[in-house]
Design a protein around this ligand. Structure first.
Ligand code: NAD
Length: 333
């Protein structure tokens, strides 16, 4: 039996996918999740859930004393950019301060390794034609991106006494669902393109807006990099081993491929044989024309690269969404 990994936010979208893959290869997993967004979707003899907030130091002390944990995968956070603009204090409390609380508890309990979920939002707006590398200018333009960047800075500073080792991953657009459909995106606050398209497939065929069709791209819409959730998780598993021999690195995780908004819509329409109900609006402030990751650093150092193509990403996401509608009834989705 391998070591035990603590997964914060392990009942959420990406965290639950990490749990699935860790269990598959023989890790024991302990989840802490407030269940504010996430839900318990599956059980396993090697999986233990604690319902609670990572700011609760007593609960963390208990978790660390009841389980032999060496590495923490820290996914717990709020993830909606529009909400972070409306209520920034929620994001600085839950994404920045909560990370500080977790690190303090880790130090107190002599837990060394943290793998932190950061975001490409730390780079903010860009006008580069190149793929974005980890040394690209940091300039988050919304409270969500800032809350994550501040957490990165706290992790770096708190690792200077060598009591904490970190890997920070900056994710690009995470998408898709587990192949066996054990989990998928269910966070209703998500306003990203793929969940928007999926919602438009509901019976109500809800309309959504595409901001800007006059960018200098092949069809005028913005280009983004989509990374399959299970590929992303694989990098985290490589990071567990990396932290045994090394310390303190930051990696982008993206597919290094870009697709326009309309390309994603057309692929979905083909897969689902149904038109997507969208309308164009003017450009939105802060949206860059093109955001594509360079993941060369992760390839070179971790031996990781994204494998899954966009059709499979969209197919698994669609299947999950359809199952969810059947399960809950479309009015609840
Ligand atoms: N989804 C993406 O495309 C994306 C992109 C970049 C970065 N990220 C990062 O990945 C991580 C996971 O995102 P996700 O999409 O799985 O989000 P999610 O909302 O599906 O999952 C987050 C989970 O954390 C839990 N949680 C939140 N605050 C908590 C707290 N203080 N204590 C305990 N549990 C708490 C929620 O209940 C939820 O289950 C986040 O840190 C996010 O910033 C996500």
């Amino acid at each position: 039996m391998k070591e035990t990994i603590l997964v914060t936010g392990g009942a959420g979208y990406i965290g639950s996918h990490a749990v699935i893959e860790l269990l598959k290869i023989g890790y024991k997993v302990v989840v802490i999740d407030s269940m504010e967004i996430g839900k318990i979707q599956f059980k396993d003899k090697n999986l233990k859930y604690y319902r609670g907030n990572i700011r609760n130091s007593k609960l963390l002390d208990r978790i660390f004393s009841e389980n032999q944990i060496e590495t923490v995968m820290h996914f717990a956070a709020y993830v909606s950019v529009p909400e972070s603009i409306r209520v920034p204090e929620k994001y600085f409390l839950n994404n920045t301060y909560s990370t500080l609380c977790l690190l303090k508890s880790m130090k107190k309990n002599k837990i060394k390794n943290i793998i932190f979920s950061s975001t490409a939002a730390v780079y903010g707006e860009n006008d580069t034609e190149d793929k974005i590398r980890e040394d690209y200018t940091i300039n988050p333009i919304n409270p969500y991106g800032k809350s994550k960047y501040m957490a990165e800075e706290i992790i770096k500073d708190m690792s200077k006494d060598n009591k904490i080792n970190y890997v920070i991953f900056r994710y690009f657009n995470v998408a898709g669902a587990n192949e066996e459909q054990k989990s998928g995106q269910s966070n209703k606050k998500i306003t990203a393109l793929i969940p928007n398209i999926l919602n438009s497939f509901n019976k109500k065929n809800k309309k959504f807006y595409i901001y800007g069709n006059d960018y200098d791209t092949k069809d005028g819409t913005c280009i983004r990099d989509y990374i399959y959730v299970t590929d992303l998780v694989e990098a985290h598993i490589k990071a567990i081993k990396f932290l045994k021999r090394n310390k303190n690195e930051i990696f982008n995780l993206g597919s290094e491929n870009g697709f326009t908004v309309l390309e994603i819509i057309k692929t979905f329409e083909k897969v689902n044989k149904q038109k997507v109900n969208y309308e164009f609006k003017g450009r939105r402030e802060g949206d860059s024309k093109k955001v594509i990751a360079s993941s060369q650093k992760a390839k070179k150092i971790l031996g990781w690269e994204a494998k899954t193509d966009i059709s499979k990403i969209l197919e698994t996401a669609l299947k999950w969404h359809q199952n969810k509608i059947e399960f809950l009834g479309s009015k609840n989705v």
